[in-house]
Design a binder for this molecule. Structure first.
Ligand code: RET
Length: 270
């Protein structure tokens, strides 16, 4: 019963919105999976691991979000007027544990598309993965205190944030370093990816702080909406952009995809 969602009764609208955004999340991950599988040959073989990794992330995220949605349905009972807590509970902790798969994957695929390799890859990769795991598990510990001890929530959250800042720094320098040797359009896309990552990832600590910022049923609705926006941007949109970057770099290296990319449909041929 550690999570604050279990402490409230919800109106039918509040309950439904949470149920619906969780299903939206599952749908986005399943769609992403289809997209990443079908666009794998838009890039040359050296970049294709990014589509593979995106697909892996989609499977893991779709499964956990489906589980969240099912457990939301079981955690409350309708009394004709309100949805009240039932004998089973809802927990956001599943998300944190699931991030142990997704966060290392998302960071690995970035290094691969940027073309970081050899000793530099190994050094950066270890740093990013270790910091990612520490960021997640310190936050995981902290979220157990959200209904009992806000000070502990804030302290663990602050520790976790140090690791997130370190990750953003390593990602930032990796993008800056590789930007110089990229064609201008690809370089711009890589910079946009950096900002997308920073903004999307920041939504997670905001969701973490909701029990402190707004300990109300509407706060809980806001939290699940924030999680869903963060999930779709940090996994699906991020994966699509990385795929586009891989396609551009492949084209600059002389690779000809079997068909046109969506970009050339929308903006005309380069
Ligand atoms: C926590 C705890 C509070 C402080 C910070 C956090 C950061 C979480 C992040 C999670 C990213 C997850 C992703 C999942 C994708 O699959 C743990 C909430 C900084 C950044 C990208």
């Amino acid at each position: 019963m550690e999570n604050m969602e279990n402490l409230f009764s919800y109106s039918s609208v509040q309950y439904d919105i949470i149920n619906h955004v969780l299903v939206l999340g599952v749908g986005a991950m399943m769609s992403g999976l289809a997209y990443f599988i079908m666009t794998i040959k838009d890039s040359s073989p050296r970049y294709r691991l990014t589509s593979v990794i995106s697909s892996v992330v989609m499977v893991s995220a779709a499964l956990i979000l489906f589980n969240q949605q099912q457990s939301w349905q079981h955690a409350f009972a309708w009394d004709g007027n309100k949805w009240n807590p039932s004998a089973t509970t809802f927990s956001n902790g599943f998300r944190y544990v699931n991030w142990s798969i997704d966060v290392p994957m998302l960071l690995t695929q970035l290094l691969i598309v940027l073309g970081v390799s050899g000793a530099a890859f190994r050094r950066r990769w270890v740093g990013l993965v270790v910091a990612g795991i520490l960021m997640i598990y310190t936050g995981y510990v902290g979220q157990f205190y959200e209904t009992t001890d806000i000070t502990k929530l804030l302290i663990w959250g602050a520790i976790s944030t140090v690791f997130m800042i370190y990750i953003c720094y390593i990602v930032g320098i990796s993008i800056a370093e590789t930007n110089v040797s990229m064609p201008p359009k690809a370089a711009r896309l890589a910079k946009a990816l950096f900002w997308l990552l920073v903004v999307a990832w920041t939504l997670y600590p905001i969701a973490y702080l909701i029990p402190w910022l707004s300990p109300t049923p509407n706060g809980m609705v806001a939290r699940q909406i924030l999680y869903t926006i963060a999930d779709i941007t940090s996994k699906v949109i991020y994966g699509v952009m990385l795929g586009q970057l891989a396609t551009r770099l492949s084209a600059a290296e002389g690779y000809e995809p079997a068909r046109e990319s969506m970009k050339s449909v929308i903006y005309g041929r380069d």
